[in-house]
Design a protein around this ligand. Structure first.
Ligand code: C2G
Length: 132
């Protein structure tokens, strides 16, 4: 069984998230998604609309996702890869090169992001609409 892992906030779920999850799952048999905790999001300078619990429940409902774990810090990836016997690490290419240190432990792949959509864009578009 080939285990894949990916990390992210996955707030206000959109097709960009679904596209990375579908492609990540297609690279193996079992997909683990590490979702940023609310506290770690604060460290990343992000404030998710949905709580960790809600983002976890939403991700667990997606057919490509086999397991959801919390992402609490920047340092846990090597430990996660070893703990879950991960064969493949996947992220969108906005992270290109940032996690190459994991190549000692598993395959590392950065996939093209889905253009034209982001949680930030959703929030900005809704703000603009609300002001009309
Ligand atoms: N993504 C994408 N296309 C988009 C938006 C996001 O492919 N239009 C991908 C990102 O590249 C990332 C994943 O979806 O691989 C999750 O994106 P975010 O929720 O924005 O996660 P991020 O804040 O990048 O957190 O330790 C890694 C961090 O936790 C990543």
């Amino acid at each position: 069984m080939k285990t894949v892992i990916t990390y992210g906030t996955f707030d206000l779920l959109h097709v960009g998230h679904i596209n990375i999850l579908r492609r990540a799952k297609a690279m193996g048999d079992y997909l683990i998604v590490a979702i940023s905790s609310d506290e770690f999001n604060a460290l990343k300078g992000k404030k998710a609309y949905y709580s960790f619990a809600d983002r976890k429940e939403i991700l667990e409902a997606i057919k490509y996702v086999d397991k959801v774990i919390p992402e609490d810090n920047w340092e846990q990836k090597v430990q996660d890869v070893q703990k879950y016997n991960v064969d493949q690490f996947v992220m969108g290419h906005d992270w290109e090169g940032k996690f190459d240190f994991l190549a000692e432990h598993c395959e590392v792949t950065y996939l093209p992001r889905t253009e034209g959509i982001s949680t930030t864009k959703i929030k900005e578009d809704l703000m603009t609409q609300a002001q009309k």
